[in-house]
Design a protein around this ligand. Structure first.
Ligand code: CAA
Length: 464
């Protein structure tokens, strides 16, 4: 039985911080953000928004667009790493908000949980719900998987230039118009790590930035190795002697903590895959240097990062490799369209990979590409850490959905924040009633109770 993504809706806050304003305020070269990281704008949540209302707004959009009623939805999962309660799951807040529109008790039959594993948990939620459909448990109903996050780092930290916020809702069913997931090939890797984590009570993460970048690439590569074993075992893909698995993926979507991380990770995977092939000698000739190898003691990530000579040579090699005709071809044809939305919106943690997929569909379609039957590979990563590699095939009915995609229209009107406004929002000094952004329709946070017997209770309203 086919199972996969039928439609995708996004909800992005209407306030943003411009990369040029950020660079000026922090005394950075603006080119570092725009070209080095691929960050142009970062979406920032208003004083009356939290990850639950971003998620509810994305759900409401997808339900309205598809004429769905709560009776059509069997499961509603929210995946997030911006959770604000240690017990009450974020999908319960989302159900509460949706019932303000669809009627009290209308989602009573609907199961679901909040899932957490940094940026990878949305991929686990998609996998579990796809299997719920494949197993015949859905009884004709659809699942909603919503990935919603506020990527917020400490003021003045190196992560501050990779912030963002938003939610992506995905409708899953057994006749998906967009993408059917390939069965029995999904591969995972997992390792207890502290590259990026957020202890209880702390709103922003503790981050080891360069460590997290390298760990991301290593963990995705490990999952890719297992994915290759899975496709061989199941016979899904036959890899010829002078081919790599990446030759069999028409599009590649990577987790995007910032837009250029997708390119960096693709270059890492391509190097790894091509190194064993006859084509590698032509690449080395084009790069003009041997591929560097870490020095003595290079067995750990810490040792690799501490090896300054290796890091400098590897940086030089990666830069030249990324400029080769062979890499540019794979980058432009398989990845580039997925990065457009990320540079306009910023980091969405769990939602970044799926915003990228949504971006790739729209911008490839606008180029005139026929996407039907194309295989999409996904490289998902969550700090802490786990990676997941999986794939799916774009379905014949995709154009009915993708034709209507318009990123700018779906983002809606936005307002550029002043530095002072940004700092106030960051430090949470504003009351929800002091929200400053374009106030469109949708769910907003009204208040969070502070009295001891009801502390933490949240009230939301639907603005018509
Ligand atoms: N002009 C042009 N380019 C410039 C430049 C300039 N003036 N200055 C620097 N650059 C380039 C650098 O060469 C580098 O490019 P490469 O990656 O191709 O080498 C890029 O800009 C970034 O520069 P640095 O590496 O020096 O940047 P940094 O160390 O100050 O910070 C960061 C980068 C580590 C990603 C930091 O922003 C950070 O800690 N971010 C949060 C953690 C994160 O996003 N980790 C990603 C993996 S973990 C994950 O994915 C989970 C998640 O969602 C957070």
């Amino acid at each position: 039985m086919a199972a996969g993504i039928d439609d995708i809706a996004i909800y992005i806050p209407g306030l943003y911080l411009d990369a040029a304003d950020f660079a000026a305020a922090r005394g950075l070269d603006p080119v570092k953000l725009q070209k080095g990281l691929g960050v142009s704008q970062m979406a920032i949540v208003d004083a009356n928004q939290d990850p639950a209302c971003l998620a509810a707004n994305a759900c409401h959009r997808i339900m309205e667009r598809n004429g769905l009623s709560p009776a059509d939805i069997g499961r509603l999962y929210v995946s997030t790493e911006s959770s604000f309660d240690e017990s009450k799951a974020m999908n319960s807040y989302v159900v509460g908000m949706l019932e303000q529109v669809y009627g009290q008790g209308t989602f009573e039959h609907c199961g679901g949980v909040e899932t957490k594993f940094a940026c990878v948990s949305g991929s686990y939620a998609l996998y579990d719900n796809t299997n719920w459909i494949r197993a015949g448990e859905s009884d004709g109903k659809s699942a909603l998987v919503v990935v919603s996050d506020i990527a917020k780092y400490d003021l003045g930290s190196s992560g501050e230039m990779t912030q963002g916020a938003g939610a992506v809702a995905m409708l899953l069913n057994d006749e998906p118009r967009l993408l059917a997931f390939d069965p029995r090939v999904t591969a995972t890797s997992i390792k207890d790590e502290y590259d990026f984590y957020r202890p209880f009570g702390k709103e922003t993460p503790i981050v080891h930035g360069q460590y997290s970048n390298l760990l991301y690439m290593i963990q995705v590569r490990k999952a890719l190795e297992l994915y290759k074993e899975n496709v061989a075992r199941t016979g899904l893909i036959k890899i010829g002697p002078e081919e790599t698995i990446l030759d069999h993926m028409d599009y590649i979507n990577m987790h995007l903590p910032y837009s250029n991380m997708g390119k960096k990770a693709l270059a890492y995977l391509v190097r790894h895959e091509w190194r064993q092939l006859p084509r590698w000698s032509a690449i080395l000739e084009a790069v003009g240097m041997e591929e560097p190898v870490p020095g003595e003691g290079g067995g750990t990530i810490e040792a690799v990062l501490a090896d300054g000579e290796f890091m400098a040579r590897d940086h030089e090699f990666t830069r030249s490799f990324s400029q080769t005709e062979q890499f540019r071809q794979i980058y432009e044809s398989k990845l580039a369209s997925s990065l457009v939305a990320s540079s306009m919106i910023g980091n969405l943690y769990t939602a970044s990979l799926y915003l990228g997929f949504r971006s790739s569909l729209e911008f490839e379609f606008k180029k005139g590409a026929d996407l039907a039957g194309k295989r999409v590979g996904f490289g998902s990563y969550g700090s802490g850490s786990s990676a997941m590699v999986f794939s799916g095939v774009i379905q014949p009915g995709y154009a009915d959905v993708v034709r209507g995609m318009d990123l700018e229209a779906e983002i809606g009107p936005r307002r550029r924040l002043t530095w002072g406004e940004y700092e106030k929002l960051h430090e949470n000094v504003l009351d929800p009633s002091e929200a400053a952004g374009p106030q469109g329709t949708g769910f907003v946070l009204v208040d969070v109770k502070t009295e001891s017997e009801s502390r933490g209770e949240r009230r939301y309203a639907f603005v018509e």
